[in-house]
Design a protein around this ligand. Structure first.
Ligand SMILES: N[C@@H](CCC(=O)N[C@@H](CS)C(=O)NCC(=O)O)C(=O)O
Length: 209
């Protein structure tokens, strides 16, 4: 039996980063994907009444997607080599998580006028600001390594890939749109060309969120 059980919905949104970390590390985990009805039946078992939730060794429960991501990244050596590097990695992850929040809001906005306004703000402000932060950041801390921080894969790279993927799923931009950001584009290529990821990315089910 796997040590780790990740519980979420049939989608990527706030769980896919954690899945990517498990795949990057080559670590086994049980990937439980619930429909809404099954979720309602177990909702009270989540400490926050929300998902994702990671169950460790069948008894410890961890909630909050970024806390789970950091925990598994640290467990598997994907969180940076020293404390400062870990903070750098976290700063990219948190910036990408903020952007992911904007994308999630677009996805679940039912009012068409407000949805348009959110998309406009995304294009005019949140995306270009985050992208230009990343380009400068990677220049400084990753250089020509093809990684965001240092010269090996960390979960910072996975947060970049994952948030871009969510932007594409939300229909807010396409992969081609990211090519004009050379440092970001390099990370995307690096991840897609890594055999372990390539296999997973091809085999994972299509998602609407
Ligand atoms: N800040 C939390 C947000 C968790 C959250 O809002 N989860 C949503 C799905 S993305 C959820 O569980 N919704 C179902 C519900 O509230 O019943 C995290 O990052 O884990």
């Amino acid at each position: 039996m796997a040590r780790y059980k990740l519980i979420y919905f049939k989608g990527r949104a706030r769980a896919e980063l954690i899945r990517l970390i498990f795949h990057a590390a080559g670590e086994e985990f049980e990937d439980v994907q619930l429909d809404d009805q099954s979720w309602q039946q177990i909702r009270t078992t989540s400490p926050t009444g929300s998902l994702p939730m990671l169950v460790i060794d069948g008894n410890e429960q961890l909630v909050q997607s970024m806390a789970i991501a950091r925990f598994v990244a640290r467990e598997f050596g994907l969180a940076g080599n020293d404390r400062f590097q870990q903070a750098l990695v976290d700063s990219v992850a948190d910036a990408m998580n903020d952007l992911l929040g904007d994308v999630v809001e677009v996805t679940f906005e039912d009012d068409s006028r407000r949805k348009k306004e959110r998309i406009r703000r995304f294009h005019d402000r949140s995306f270009p600001e985050t992208a230009s932060f990343l380009e400068r950041f990677i220049d400084k801390y990753g250089g020509n390594s093809g990684y965001a921080v240092g010269d090996e894969l960390t979960y910072a790279d996975l947060t970049i890939y994952n948030t871009l993927d969510q932007i594409v799923i939300a229909g807010v931009a396409g992969w081609k749109d990211f090519e004009r950001y050379p440092r970001i584009h390099e990370i995307v290529r690096r991840i897609e060309d890594t055999p372990r990821f390539a296999e997973y990315l091809k085999s994972r089910p299509t998602a609407s969120f």
